[in-house]
Design a protein around this ligand. Structure first.
Ligand SMILES: Nc1nc2c(ncn2[C@@H]2O[C@H](COP(=O)(O)OP(=O)(O)OP(=O)(O)O)[C@@H](O)[C@H]2O)c(=O)[nH]1
Ligand SMILES: [Mg+2]
Length: 358
């Protein structure tokens, strides 16, 4: 028997599972779901009447906890998934065109990238893939997902000045941990391991070819993901990983590898914004003379003053504006942080005590 706590199931999630047997989705195939159940790996299919109904269940994605119908056909063949349990974090790619919107259910299904991860690794190489404005967007999206973002700078063995790059990124990504790694020399692997506590889940996000799968392999006992050579000179990747896959690492943390995306669609990055730009938020909070200040040329403008004194750079202000344009910027940050603290407390309690059953 497998203890699903080792796959991240917490007492609170188990309590949601009123009927049936819990399982976790490790990969989504075309119509089938690869699962880990108390009895080991299995395949599952969605129960028709529940998932395609007027008021359908949310389609599972990688990392989702689901409920299986009990005793179906003595477990011969595919298991039947009857419910998707509530998620504590989710990465969704925004519906980018009208076609996707008109096929709403399909869009919802396809754009839920991963669910129930505690850490979001934003992976970027230090070559031409490194782009500060984009990194800020990724960070904002990561906060929005409900997870804690961490920036991973890959291929440190190829860059003599990786320490300097890491410092620059740290300065831009305030309050976010930044680690430089090399899958070749093993540099930074201990730092990554320390971030990924047993029972927690991390998702890897980043462009194709930055080394996400290589990182998974370096953290695993053997090669679990396929890796292909890329041309470093033009930083072009080859889209080696073709589907999202959750893997359990030797010390009991889970990692979700994803296929690289050239540029992530702009996700719903509302509340993530002020977590990524605490300096801008602080300046704004000081207040301008005019309450409707456009921060352009009005006298007594806090933003302009901060830029003039060098406290804030024009560039950073512009990134903030650009991101704000793309988002609605609202929502309840306090609630977000409360939920986060609760989740971490729960995980540590669950691993300290083993007096509950799933
Ligand atoms: N020198 C060096 N090369 C690396 C490192 N990590 C990955 N690579 C190389 O980078 C290339 C791409 O690595 P992958 O791990 O396949 O990249 P990926 O992010 O998984 O790419 P997709 O699956 O397409 O999204 C391969 O040639 C790797 O050998 C590293 O730390 N150092
Ligand atoms: Mg890959």
């Amino acid at each position: 028997m497998i203890d699903l706590r080792e796959y991240g199931l917490t007492p609170a999630m188990a309590a949601q599972n009123d009927t049936g047997e819990p399982a976790r989705v490790t990969a989504v195939l075309r119509e089938r779901y690869e699962l880990i159940t108390a009895n080991g790996a299995a395949f599952g299919r969605l129960k028709g009447g529940v998932y395609y109904d007027v008021n359908p269940e949310i389609y599972p994605t990688v990392g989702d906890f689901v409920t299986l119908r009990e005793n179906d056909e003595m477990m011969v063949g595919d298991r039947i998934i009857i419910r998707t349990l509530p998620r504590f974090s989710l990465f969704v790619r925004r519906a980018s065109n009208d076609r996707a919107r008109s096929q709403y259910q399909k869009a919802v299904h396809e754009q839920a990238v991963a669910a129930n991860f505690d850490i979001c690794f934003i992976v970027t190489s230090m070559n031409r893939d490194l782009n500060m404005a984009r990194l800020e967007r990724y960070l904002s999206q990561a906060w929005q997902s409900g997870a804690i973002p961490v920036v991973v700078l890959t291929k440190a063995d190829l860059f003599d000045d990786f320490m300097l790059t890491a410092e620059t990124v740290k300065a831009a990504a305030r309050g976010v941990e930044v680690v430089a790694v090399s899958a070749v020399t093993g540099l930074g692997m201990d730092a990554v391991r320390a971030i990924m506590k047993p029972g927690t889940t991390a998702v890897l996000l980043g462009s194709s070819g930055v080394g996400k799968s290589s990182l998974v392999n370096a953290l695993s006992d053997g090669d679990v993901m396929r890796v292909n050579a890329i041309r470093e000179d033009d930083a072009r990747g080859r889209h080696t990983t073709t589907h999202r896959q959750m893997i359990r690492l030797p010390w009991g943390a889970m990692i979700i590898d994803t296929p690289g995306m050239r540029e992530l669609g702009m996700w719903d990055a509302d509340e993530g914004l002020d977590m990524t730009f605490p300096d801008v938020e602080e300046t704004l909070a000081r207040g301008c003379r005019f309450f409707d200040c456009s921060h352009e040329r009005e006298p007594g403008c806090a933003i302009r003053a901060a830029i003039q004194s060098g406290e804030l750079t024009e560039e950073r202000w512009q990134s903030y504006i650009n991101l704000q344009k793309e988002t609605k910027f609202a929502q309840d940050k306090a609630a977000y942080l409360r939920a986060k603290t609760k989740r971490f407390k729960e995980i540590s309690k669950a691993s300290a005590r083993r007096d509950w059953n799933v």
